[in-house]
Design a protein around this ligand. Structure first.
Ligand SMILES: Nc1ncnc2c1ncn2[C@@H]1O[C@H](COP(=O)(O)OP(=O)(O)OP(=O)(O)O)[C@@H](O)[C@H]1O
Ligand SMILES: [Mg+2]
Length: 203
C-alpha cells in the first residue's frame, strides 16, 4: 500500500507521518517512511541543491526537473521494491507537491507538469493521499513558534502559498484517493482520523 501526505509547508505532514508509522508498525505490518526530495543517495544530493538559499536564481524548469529526478530515483530504487515486498510505504510528499508548487505555485503549464510527473514515477499512483489543509497565514505563525529561518522553498511569500494551497484543494476535488483534512485540528484528532482511514484500507 502506498500512502502519501501533502499540503503546504508547516501543515503538519511530518508530524502525522510519524504518528501513522507508529500505528502501522504496532499493527504488525512492515512500514517504510520516505521523504521527498531525497530518500536515496542521489536524491539527498538533489535535496541539498533544491533547498540551498544560495541557489535563489534556479529556473522554474530546473526546479521541476530536479524534484522529478530525485523522485524517479526514489520510485525505482526504493518505493517499487518495497511495495512488491508487501511493505506499507508512507511518502512525506510525492508528485502532487510538484503539481501544487511548480504548477499552481510557479505557473508551469499543468500539461507539462502532468507529463513530467508520469514520466518520473512510471505512473505509480498512491492508494491514499492525505491533504492537510491550513490557511497560508498559519505558516508564519508556526514558523515563529519554532524560530525557524526559511529554506529556499520557504522564502516564496504568502501569495505563492495561497496559489499552492488553492492548487492542492483543486487536486483533492479531482481524484477519489484524496482525503482532505483540516490541519488546524489538534494533532491527536488528525492522527485518529488518518488511522481510521488507513486501518480500513489494510483490513
Ligand atoms: N495539528 C497541528 N496543530 C498545531 N500545530 C501543529 C499541528 N501539526 C503540526 N504542528 C506544528 O507545526 C509545525 C510544522 O509541523 P510539521 O513539521 O509536521 O509540518 P510539515 O508539513 O512536515 O512541514 P514541512 O513542509 O516544512 O516539512 C511544527 O512546529 C508542529 O509542531
Ligand atoms: Mg516535514
Amino acid at each position: 500500500m502506498l500512502i502519501t501526505f501533502e499540503g503546504i509547508d508547516f501543515c503538519g505532514k511530518s508530524t502525522q507521518v510519524k504518528r501513522l508509522e507508529d500505528r502501522v508498525r504496532a499493527s504488525d505490518r512492515t512500514v517504510r517512511v520516505l521523504r521527498e526530495p531525497g530518500g536515496t543517495p542521489i536524491g539527498e544530493v538533489i535535496r541539498g541543491l533544491l533547498l540551498d538559499r544560495a541557489h535563489a536564481a534556479m529556473t522554474d524548469a530546473g526546479e521541476l526537473l530536479l524534484f522529478s529526478a530525485s523522485r524517479s530515483q526514489l520510485v525505482q530504487d526504493v518505493v517499487r521494491p518495497a511495495l512488491n515486498a508487501g511493505t506499507v510505504v508512507i511518502l512525506d510528499r510525492y508528485y502532487d507537491s510538484t503539481t501544487a508548487y511548480q504548477g499552481y505555485g510557479r505557473g508551469i503549464p499543468l500539461d507539462v507538469i502532468h507529463a513530467v510527473n508520469r514520466f518520473a514515477t512510471g505512473g505509480l499512483v498512491p492508494d491514499l493521499t492525505f491533504l492537510l489543509d491550513i490557511p497560508e497565514d498559519e505558516i508564519e505563525r508556526r514558523m515563529q513558534q519554532v524560530r525557524h529561518t526559511g529554506d529556499r522553498m520557504e522564502s516564496s511569500g504568502r501569495q505563492f502559498y495561497g496559489r499552492v494551497r488553492a492548487g492542492y484543494r483543486a487536486l483533492a476535488g479531482k481524484e477519489s484517493r484524496f482525503r482532505m483534512l483540516d490541519g488546524m485540528k489538534p494533532v491527536d484528532d488528525l492522527e485518529r482520523m488518518i488511522w481510521e482511514e488507513v486501518r480500513q484500507w489494510l483490513t
